[in-house]
Design a protein around this ligand. Sequence first.
Ligand code: ADP
Length: 264
Amino acid sequence: LLARGRPVVGEQGQCLGAVVTLVDITAMKVLDRLRGEFVAKVSHELRSPLSTIHEQLAMLLSDLVGQLSPSDAHLLSRAKEKTQGLIALIGDLLDLSRIESGVVCRTPTAVQVEELLENIIVFLNTKAAAKQQTIALRRASSLLPAIQADPLALESIFGNLITNAVNYSPAGTTIEVTVQRVDTQVQIAVRDEGFGIEARHLGKIFERFYRVKTEKTRYITGTGLGLPIVKGLVDALGGRITVESIPDKGSTFAVLLPLPEADL
Ligand code: ADP
């Protein structure tokens, strides 16, 4: 049941009582669950044929190198890129449906955040180097205690945030990842010198499929599901995420994660 209430106030401002409405949301919950299951099932069914199409297009392109006219090679490359985009979308939809059904972060293990970030940065350095960007890790002055979390969830959170910083920043800029202890939590901040986000969009970027299209960002591909995934995972880990951004100066996404009670 969903309860909504409001006070009934008299002419002199005195409280006369309250009106409470109870709405039975069982049907809504069932529909929501069915919708989630449907999306998960369809996504799963689409993933493997799409991967096959993608592989076959890649094979065709490499087998026929030098034999295709420039326009045919361009068409095939575009088809390959589009299938890659669909595969990414399906992966994100599956991740989101797993998060929404609450099956993530159930088996926490001890994770050294700095080490995990170092590995993600090594992996994303190639992407950044292609844009002459640098990703710098600024560690805390003393080693932080390990946090109890699902390492795959953490990889997805910081992989998404750092990838966004790379994607939405111009060439030659620096992305700074800072780790520090803040009271009973660990704070990991990803700061870029990128295109930034106008204040009116900031409250919406964590909604599914919300993408900000400006002159500088309209050609950047994406699914609009990265930040909803990040927010869902941070919530599931009992953390919090904040964002500060100034257009044409850059953005900072900061994640606060609780430290295990034994280390406080
Ligand atoms: P995607 O990157 O696939 O579009 P996200 O959910 O990760 O989806 O991000 C939503 C939108 O928020 C992006 O389309 C972009 O407009 C904006 N955004 C996210 N991260 C940044 C960033 N670091 N700098 C500027 N804009 C960003």
